[in-house]
Design a protein around this ligand. Structure first.
Ligand code: PLP
Length: 417
């Protein structure tokens, strides 16, 4: 942990129901972006040459506490030695086999399955979230024999054409039979459930996609009862329930799996990000009874990749060794303590574990917050009115306190200007 002391010195369409437009749904929403243009404007000049745990180091020697953490993927921080070592060994052994058996893939699969537990089987490692979500779409379509899908406004499932069109991105291709329902950021839960029930009553919906805590869109979340009701409605109508835990899973939001924590048992679970601690890896898990067939088009050039599997195996071992769950609990407590006072100033605070979003009132500039935080040597990502904080679980207490203080001050400063 090289930088704690040094950083601390800086100052601070065609849908079976004909009246879709009347319900104001099934339309494109504001685009949640994993690499917002705003970030690029403020952070473009940085030349990052090294990462060490919770700190990024620029070419000019400046060190920054990293609350972007590879859009949340680096739960164990940059270049954690046991993970580096394991990937390095795999580099010497074999990189890619075209999905032939390699022991490290079986090892990583066993580790994921033993942690997530029954009734789930890992059916494929993918090279990223969008690829995993697209595979989940194909699994649901073939399993159910249906072709319609439902997502919720503001959810992020990736930037591939179908994954983005589920929730926000219809600007590229007109995809029929994808429906975006409103979410709790705008509508009451009961009204959303009524709309969902109406959609599902057509018995044409293959799957409903959920992002339980909308990490790219304000960390909005519905109640556990709402999610369990969605699961129940899906079961009643022969629709698969698919939960995207790319960001929340493997302790980012505090627990191994937020859906498991709240007693939701989806048919398909998607994990990633923390799973490989920044090495491109995602995993699709299906409940027993869902069989993978050729018609689902499993696999891709880089799926079931031995290097990614090595990163996954080492990351999961490190999560256990470091007791990551208790670390995210400390981050949670510290964030609540340090950020809660901002509420008095009209700033909304939402999040769990090591996933926090500050929503500034209209008129305040998140780009200014990003700029001010940068000048205090703290990196945050912003989107619209949201400032997102995704510290590694391994962040030092000193850097966490410092960075939260700096971001809080930056937010307060933005209210004046
Ligand atoms: C919840 C969630 N699902 C899916 C994705 C897409 O993953 P990828 O960027 O690896 O395609 C993201 C990316 O931010 C995400 O946050």
């Amino acid at each position: 942990m090289i930088a704690s002391s040094r950083v601390g010195q800086h100052k601070s369409a065609t849908w079976p129901i004909s009246d879709e437009r009347a319900y104001g749904i099934c339309e494109s929403r504001a685009e949640p972006s994993a690499d917002d243009r705003g970030d690029r404007i403020v952070l473009d000049h940085l030349q990052i040459v090294k990462g060490r745990n919770d700190v990024l180091i620029a070419a000019d020697g400046q060190e920054y506490v990293d609350l972007i953490a590879g859009f949340g993927a680096l739960l164990l921080g940059h270049c954690r030695e046991p993970i580096v070592e394991r990937v390095r060994r795999q580099l010497d052994d074999v990189w890619l086999t075209g999905r032939l058996n390699v022991p490290v893939i079986a090892e990583a699969r066993d580790l994921v399955e033993s942690q997530i537990g029954s009734p789930y089987r890992l059916v494929q490692f993918c090279s990223g979230g969008a690829e995993a979500i697209e595979f989940a779409i194909r699994i649901a379509a073939v399993t159910s024999g249906r072709k319609a899908f439902v997502g919720f406004s503001g959810s992020m499932h990736g930037k591939s054409v179908a994954a983005s069109a589920l929730c926000w991105g219809r600007q590229f291709v007109e995809l029929q039979n994808l429906c975006t329902l409103p979410f709790v950021s705008t509508d009451p839960e009961a009204a959303i459930l009524a709309q969902l029930e109406q959609r599902l009553a057509s018995n044409a919906v293959a799957a409903v996609f959920l992002e339980l805590i909308q990490g790219t869109s304000g960390a909005h979340e519905a109640s556990p009862a709402f999610y369990r009701e969605v699961g129940e409605l899906c079961r009643e109508h022969g629709t698969l329930c698919i939960v995207d835990e790319m960001l929340t899973g493997f302790y980012r939001s505090g627990s191994l799996s937020y859906s498991r924590e709240i007693g939701l048992s989806p048919d398909i679970l998607v994990f990633g990000k923390a799973l490989g601690n920044g090495f491109p890896a995602a995993a699709v898990l299906c409940r027993d009874g869902i069989e993978i067939t050729k018609a689902m088009l499993p696999g891709s050039t880089y799926s079931d990749n031995p290097l990614a599997a090595a990163a996954v195996a080492a990351s999961l071992a490190e999560m256990t060794r470091l007791d990551v769950m208790s670390r995210t609990a400390v981050i949670h407590r510290t964030a609540v303590e340090r950020l809660a006072p901002l509420r008095e100033h009209g700033i909304a605070i939402r999040g769990r574990g090591a996933l926090w979003v500050l929503e500034l009132p209209h008129g305040a500039s998140t780009l200014q917050v990003q700029k001010t935080a940068l000048s205090a040597n703290v990196l945050v990502s912003v989107h619209g009115q949201y400032v997102r904080l995704l510290p590694p679980a391994t962040i030092s207490r000193e850097n966490l306190q410092y960075a939260l203080g700096a971001v809080g001050d930056a937010c307060l400063g933005s209210l004046d200007g």
